[in-house]
Design a protein around this ligand. Structure first.
Ligand code: UT7
Length: 339
């Protein structure tokens, strides 16, 4: 699936927001728990610290705060929203977290649901929401990317625990005239045959039920990751997908204002930029202070860059998410900002 075909409406990207937990864990603090050190983590990943949800916070709280912030930037009353889409793999409630967020926001006219595509989740949700807007089914959508991977980490596994953090980011989009469409194109990909590089699998414990029958007890184990395989996947597939998308949309990499990639590892960001000869000054990066917040990295990064004035109305952004599934995707869009 790719690039705009016939649509009734275009999409404007109007507002952004984000929220991070209060607890900040530095590399030095992690090194007091597991056999690692600041130098290794900084050199191999670019990460210095991460935020972790503590007892007085929840992921749905972070989603709510990110959502409020995006609605304030857009200058929208919550009741004007038609849809709240939450991309997450770690909801507060397995039946779905989006309705809780919709209700806390006061978005009483919006339908709400969760979407799971791990670290690609925000990108998949962004594309999904744009299709509702384009078809004319809805006018306004709030898309939230949020994850609390800290809850599913083996904190004694130094190969994975140093990478991840918690957070939430949100983007507000609305219908525009079709000739002013800010979302120029997208591509989404999945390959379940390589899914075993990065999993958060169910535990398979069974209880006796009646007679000789058993029932499975709900539960999940910890994140299991083959870091090197995921790294190779990212530096191979992301440039290849971006290349296809740029060609299809007839956009020269030089005309991009920003490269907004899933914040997994600074070495991955640099490798992707180098494949297109994009200067590192055009690569948005904040993983030094948040680590990899999974579905939240892209909207948190966008919000930060919008608020500090780097991303300006009209800027052309190439974005890509990638991760467990395996799943990966890319989109080209312009930031409009509030009208
Ligand atoms: O959203 C997607 C999520 N996943 C990812 O983005 C992961 C992508 N992969 C990566 O970012 C990198 O593969 C890692 C950062 C996970 C690992 O970096 P690497 O350069 O691939 O290191 P490595 O796995 O090849 O390990 C090199 C050495 C090993 O020691 P030996 O066997 O050479 O003695 C590891 O045991 O580094 C050791 N090591 C560590 N040392 C200190 C692995 N983790 C750590 C650690 N601290 N935290």
């Amino acid at each position: 699936m790719t690039v705009n075909t016939t649509t009734n409406f275009g999409v404007s990207v109007i507002g952004s927001g984000c929220s991070s937990p209060a607890q900040k864990i530095t590399n030095e603090q992690l090194a007091s728990r597991v056999d690692t050190n600041d130098e290794w983590i900084k050199t191999r990943t670019g990460i210095r610290e991460r935020r972790i949800i503590g007892p007085n916070e929840s992921l749905s709280d972070l989603c709510f705060k990110a959502g409020v912030s995006a609605l304030e930037m857009a200058r929208w009353a919550p009741e004007t929203l038609d849809m709240v889409l939450v991309a997450t793999s770690t909801p507060d409630d397995l039946f779905g977290m989006a309705p809780q967020v919709q209700s806390k926001l006061g978005a009483c006219n919006a339908f709400a649901f969760d979407l799971t595509a791990a670290c690609s989740g925000f990108l998949f949700a962004f594309v999904t929401a744009t299709q509702f807007v384009r078809s004319g089914s809805i006018k306004r959508a709030l898309i939230i990317g949020a994850d609390q991977l800290s809850a599913w980490m083996d904190w004694d596994d130094r190969r994975s625990c140093v990478l991840f953090g918690d957070g939430a980011g949100a983007i507000a989009i609305e219908a525009s005239p079709v000739n002013q469409d800010a979302v120029i194109g997208f591509k989404l990909k999945s390959d379940g045959s390589r899914g075993d590089c990065l999993n958060l699998p169910q535990t398979r414990d069974f209880d006796p039920l009646v007679s000789s029958y058993q029932n499975q007890k709900g539960g999940f184990s910890n994140i299991e990751m083959n870091g090197q395989e995921v790294y190779k996947f990212a530096v191979r597939e992301v440039p290849s997908l971006l290349q296809d998308l740029l060609l299809k949309c007839e956009i020269d990499p030089e005309s991009l204002d920003w490269l907004l990639l899933h914040q997994a590892n600074q070495r991955i960001l640099n490798a992707v930029a180098d494949r297109f000869s994009i200067p590192h000054t055009k690569v948005l990066s904040n993983l030094a202070i948040y680590g990899n917040t999974s579905a939240a990295t892209i909207p948190i990064m966008l919000d930060e860059a919008v608020r500090d004035g780097r991303v300006k109305p009209g800027h052309l952004i190439a974005t890509s998410g990638f991760g467990a599934g395996l799943s990966w995707g890319a989109a080209l869009f312009r930031w409009n900002g509030p009208s």
